[in-house]
Each structure stands twice: as structure tokens, then as C-alpha cells.
Design a protein around this ligand. Structure first.
Ligand code: AMP
Ligand code: ZN
Length: 458
């Protein structure tokens, strides 16, 4: 089967061919750990999770590296504002990020390198760039990349640099593509950096953000990798600068396919920490949404379209998650142990292999769900068909991860179910009913069967 991905570099869909047969290397820009990641960030991390799961489903081995940005302008600012050390800030938000990754059932990366553990690698790369004439140091002990020195500069963001006179340079990590300038590889120590600094051939300082990803991606995946991802805001300057640094320093090709997820937006604006219009995973869980509904809401639109966040979207997601889980439960009661797949499964995978078209794939799955429900209502579903359906739902869930299996029942629900069991044994029917209601309010259904109870999501 041909797999096709849209490559930001060529602005078209391309047939995917891994560099090493049977194996795919993926680098994804991870969180900047200066505050809790919001669901906008998780839209991008979930797009990357779907990408990885689709590649695994079609039989590739995947080597995935995601960095943690634990030193940059934002993390240092935050530490200063809160009068804390950089490590105090970054360890807190890294732990919270990992907690949210687990909640959303995102497959963790094989390697999660942190920037502060790779300063020497960055210094080596910067030294190589100076040697090759692609970078220069300034009087204060900073080092800048000369964009004029790299002829392909601008190829990812499609900038036209002809006629642009290079007169300025930029020290900040973030700036817009209206002002492409020489950018900082190494930033000389300033008072506001406090005790955040490392020694280098240019004096005390710290790396620029873009350099971090060039050093870490190539250290763990080699100079030439298959896929590099991020959100669209990473295209410029971050990924443009990564290409310039890596290709110039290593005299190598760097990345074959660049994939970028569009933004999650909130009332017409990008959801972002700086605009303050954010929602986090714990906030949404506290509002009564399940991890599966959040996952569903964030993957149900195509990754290259903007996704408007709304309560309506979350309610729709909750209904869909319920519908599929309800069918799953019914099928477990009917199915025999058959292990064949319906044709719809091939279609489902083919659609996902076409640039991860999740909305279309979900359409195929939910049509199938509707057909099966109709047969169940008419008592027409055979054990064999039920087994096929069950197998399809399980296989589809290896990518979607929206089924709540018995062993996913949260501890608090399991305790309530046990308490209710005791109440029933003691024939305390009132307490048993109250507990059933409490469990329902928390999003789970408990059902009494002749040989015990069953608990599944609402
Ligand atoms: P950060 O923690 O700011 O470094 O961002 C982590 C990832 O989230 C990056 O790949 C960003 O491009 C991505 N991102 C940031 N805001 C959004 C958003 N509103 N929607 C989708 N992705 C986003
Ligand atoms: Zn990055």
C-alpha cells in the first residue's frame, strides 16, 4: 500500500519512502516546559501520535524522538517571575506534561532528550558552523547564523529573500517571517539569565532554541531522518533555522518530510499561553469530559485544517465515544472467537495512509457502527459477524485509542463499584442505587449480570 504524506517543503502530497527499509525515524518538537501544555499543544501531539500509530499499523518499526525544551527565553522568564530556579520550573511542567501524555494515551517517544543535557553537542555544532563560515561571533560573546551564507535559506517557509539586504540580527527565539534575520545560535550571558549559563569557546552563555532541536534530532536519529513534525507556528523561524543549521553544519540532507499540524483555535485566535485563552487537560477532565472524548475531539478533524474548540465539539465527541463503546460492549456479549476482519478495515487503513485523513476514516468506522447496531436491533447479527466487528473495533482502536476497556476503569470508579457490590450483598438497595447514580455522573455505567457486574463508559 502506498502511504502519502503532505510535505510542507514541497507543498504537496508525496509517496512516503523510508530511508531504511521497514523503519521510520520521526522527530517531533516537544513542549517548552514553562507552563502546563494546553489542548492546542495536544492537538499537535495527538496528530503525531496518529501518524506514529498508522505507521505501526501498516508494519513499520518507528523510532520516535521528542525533545523537551527546558531552557529558552520563556522558561528563564518564568523562573525569574516566580523567583524559582530553572530546574524547579522545568521539572514541574515536564512531570505535568508526562501526566497528560499518559491520560491522553499518547504513545511515549522512544527518547525524550532534554536540552540542558545536550549543551556540549550544541557547542560542537556551533563551532562547526563558525568553521565553515556559516556563523560568526559578536563582541559580547554571542554567535549568530548568517542566513546569507546558506543558499537554501527560506525554502521551507517559501520566503523570497532576493533583494533583502541583511542588515540586522535577532537574539530572541521567536520572530515573524516578515523579518528574516541572522539568528542566535549562542546567547551571551545577561543579568536576567541569573545562574543559567554554560561555559563555551565564546564565553558564558546559553544556546538559542533552534540549535537545541538540530543537535538533539541528529544525535538520536542520525544526520538524515524521515519525518520531522510540529505545529504550523514551528515552520518559521524554528524549522527553517533547523534546516539551515543542520544542513550547513553536517553537509548532509536533514529531513525528507516535514509535517505540520494546523492550530486549534479559540474564537478565531490560536490557542496560546501568551494570549491566555487556553484550556488544559485537567481542567477539561474536571469539567466532566473523559480522556477518550478529548482524544476524539482533537483527532476528528484533519490535521491540516484549523480546528475550532467548542463545548459543542466536546459534546459531539462524547456521544461518538459512547456510541462506539456501547457497541463494543454489545459485541462482546454476542461474538464468538473469530478473528477475521471486514473489508471496511482495509478501507479505514487506506484512508489513514492517505495523509492521515481521520475524519474520512471515522466516517467509514461510524457507518459500520450504524449498520451493526441496526442488525443488533433486528436480532440479525450472527456470532461470526459480531466477532468480526469486535476485531475491527479493536484494530481501529490501536490507532484511535477511544475504547474504554475494563482495565481502563479509573481507581475512583472501581472503588465505587466495589462499594456498590457490598451494598447489594447487604441488600441495601437504596445505597446501591445512589452509588449507581454517582458512578453515572462520573461517566460510567454499571450493569448487573447474572454472573457479576459490568462497568463501561457512558
Ligand atoms: P510549545 O510548548 O509552545 O513549544 O509547543 C508545543 C507544540 O504545540 C509545538 O509543536 C507547537 O507548534 C504546537 N502548538 C502550539 N499552539 C498550538 C495550537 N493552538 N494548536 C496546535 N498546535 C499548537
Ligand atoms: Zn524543535
Amino acid at each position: 500500500m502506498n502511504i502519502k504524506f503532505y510535505n510542507t517543503l514541497s507543498r504537496q502530497k508525496e509517496i512516503f519512502k523510508p530511508i531504511k527499509s521497514g523503519e521510520v525515524s520521526i522527530y517531533t518538537c516537544g513542549p517548552t516546559v514553562y507552563s502546563r501544555s494546553h489542548i492546542g499543544n495536544f492537538r499537535t501531539f495527538l496528530f503525531e501520535d496518529i501518524l506514529k500509530r498508522v505507521l505501526l499499523a501498516v508494519g513499520y518499526r518507528v523510532k520516535h524522538v521528542m525533545n523537551i525544551t527546558d531552557v529558552d527565553d520563556k522558561t528563564i522568564n518564568k523562573a525569574n517571575n516566580e523567583n524559582k530556579t530553572l530546574a524547579e520550573i522545568t521539572s514541574k511542567y515536564t512531570a505535568e506534561f508526562m501526566e497528560d501524555v499518559a491520560t491522553l494515551k499518547i504513545l511515549p517517544a522512544d527518547e525524550l532528550p532534554v536540552a540542558t543535557d545536550h549543551i556540549q553537542e550544541m557547542i560542537s555544532m556551533i563551532s562547526a558552523l563558525i568553521k565553515k563560515g556559516n556563523a560568526y561571533s559578536t563582541d559580547d560573546g554571542s554567535v549568530f547564523f548568517s542566513i546569507e551564507s546558506y543558499k537554501d535559506y527560506g525554502k521551507l517557509a517559501h520566503l523570497n529573500l532576493k533583494g533583502l539586504k541583511q542588515t540586522d540580527r535577532v537574539a530572541a527565539d521567536e520572530y515573524t517571517k516578515d523579518h528574516p534575520q541572522d539568528f542566535a545560535l549562542w546567547k551571551a550571558w545577561k543579568e536576567e539569565d541569573g545562574d543559567v549559563s554554560w561555559n563555551s569557546p565564546w564565553g558564558k552563555g546559553r544556546p538559542g532554541w533552534h540549535m537545541e532541536c538540530s543537535a538533539m534530532s541528529t544525535k538520536y536519529l542520525g544526520n538524515h531522518l524521515d519525518i520531522h513534525c510540529g505545529g504550523v507556528d514551528n515552520i518559521f523561524p524554528h524549522h527553517e533555522n533547523e534546516i539551515a543549521q543542520s544542513c550547513a553544519a553536517l553537509d548532509s540532507e536533514f529531513v525528507n518530510i516535514w509535517m505540520h499540524s494546523e492550530h486549534l483555535i479559540m474564537t478565531d485566535e490560536k490557542m496560546s499561553k501568551s494570549l491566555g485563552n487556553i484550556k488544559t487537560i485537567p481542567e477539561l477532565l474536571a469539567d466532566g469530559h473523559s480522556a477518550e472524548s478529548l482524544r476524539f475531539a482533537l483527532i476528528s478533524s484533519h490535521y491540516r485544517s484549523k480546528l475550532a474548540f467548542s463545548n459543542n465539539k466536546l459534546d459531539e465527541a462524547k456521544k461518538s465515544v459512547h456510541r462506539i463503546n456501547e457497541l463494543y460492549q454489545k459485541l462482546t456479549e454476542i461474538a464468538d472467537s473469530g478473528k477475521s476482519l471486514p473489508d471496511e478495515y482495509d478501507l479505514f487503513i487506506e484512508i489513514l495512509a492517505d495523509d492521515l485523513n481521520t475524519p474520512k476514516a471515522l466516517g467509514v468506522l461510524f457507518n459500520y457502527v450504524r449498520d451493526l447496531n441496526r442488525k443488533i436491533d433486528n436480532v440479525q447479527l450472527s456470532k461470526k459477524e459480531a466477532a468480526m466487528g469486535l476485531f475491527f473495533l479493536n484494530k481501529a482502536d490501536e490507532i484511535l485509542s477511544i475504547l474504554k476497556k475494563q482495565d481502563d476503569i479509573p481507581e475512583i470508579i472501581a472503588q465505587l463499584v466495589e462499594k456498590r457490590e457490598t451494598a447489594r450483598k447487604e441488600k441495601n438497595w437504596q445505597l446501591s442505587d445512589d452509588l449507581r447514580e454517582e458512578i453515572k455522573e462520573k461517566g460510567w455505567i454499571v450493569e448487573d449480570l447474572h454472573d457479576g457486574t459490568k462497568c463501561y463508559p457512558l
